[in-house]
Design a protein around this ligand. Sequence first.
Ligand code: NAI
Length: 344
Amino acid sequence: SRQLLKSISSSARLFSNHRTQNQTRGYKVAVLGAAGGIGQPCGLLMKMNPLVTELRLYDIAGTPGVAADVSHINTKAQVKGYSQADDGEDGLKNALKDCDLVIIPAGVPRKPGMTRDDLFKINAGIVKGLVEACAENCPKAMLNIISNPVNSTVPIAAETLKQKGVYDKKKLFGVTTLDVVRAKTFYAEKKGLETAKVDVPVIGGHAGVTILPLFSQATPKAALTDDEIDALTKRTQDGGTEVVAAKAGKGSATLSMAYAGALFGDACLRAKNGEAGVVECTYVESDVVPGVEFFATKVSLGREGVEKIHGTGALTAYEQAGLDGMMSELKDSIQKGLDFAKGA
Ligand code: NAI
């Protein structure tokens, strides 16, 4: 677990020394869907983040127990639980009031045989409702959207914030970090590299073929045959489905997702805190690829959120074919989200 903590904090200095702590501001962070499979471990990991002073855990029900439990951990963040069941409408309001960062893993996960898009019917409305509440109670917060289908829920969130007159494209992020985490793990395993030192950018979106790992840009460099690249690409794209199948009806990735969500949340907080050079792959409003309004590439994060969206970098013919091949699905998923939010 020491190793886990070390890697969560790679540059986050999870157990920072006094000097660092004194220099940092503290932030209010809410997790919505905090009693769920992702929400619980994600809350746990955020409790360990030294940049968090207040951790608000919200769900429809069950959060008082989760919050009481997490609150006993001897780190500085103050933990409070809020739920619809216990606090009615005020629960969500109070959980969000003046938050700096809101992490949203609320909604149903996949079962075997389902695509992420099959979740749209239920999760689209959940995300819309939660983002409306964010617009009303913490309009300046950075929003990290984990709820699937991310390719559509981020456009839903953007449109909802626009309707509320508070949209800031620099502060809305689709969390694709798990795809990056998977690509790194699979690449390191395949090539016998030290996992913690590996980097692999992943671009596009967060579903099937829209997930495009760029092994040509992986570091450290290792020779890969075409077959190896194809196998690693497919395994990254199907990583979620691998977990769904293994859990056999009991849900999708929760622990690795909580880790990835905590990593990305930490990156947002470090950037907000003024740390330079924070770069993560994330799905944001972007004009990097003509024809799609939202796209994941490497993004530099700063105090106000997105500071610079990086391009895709040079693509191999295989990667270019992957990019071309995802366009119609990504476009459709974005449009579906926008239409839903517009009530069309
Ligand atoms: P879960 O079912 O274990 O937990 C979801 C939680 O959301 C439940 O506790 C539920 O009560 C809560 N919830 C539902 N509606 C809510 C509302 N209106 N307000 C507050 N809370 C609400 O599901 P799990 O496994 O935690 O997955 C959550 C979501 O994350 C799913 O949509 C899943 O597809 C997505 N996911 C995304 C990944 C990514 O890479 N972005 C990876 C894995 C899962």
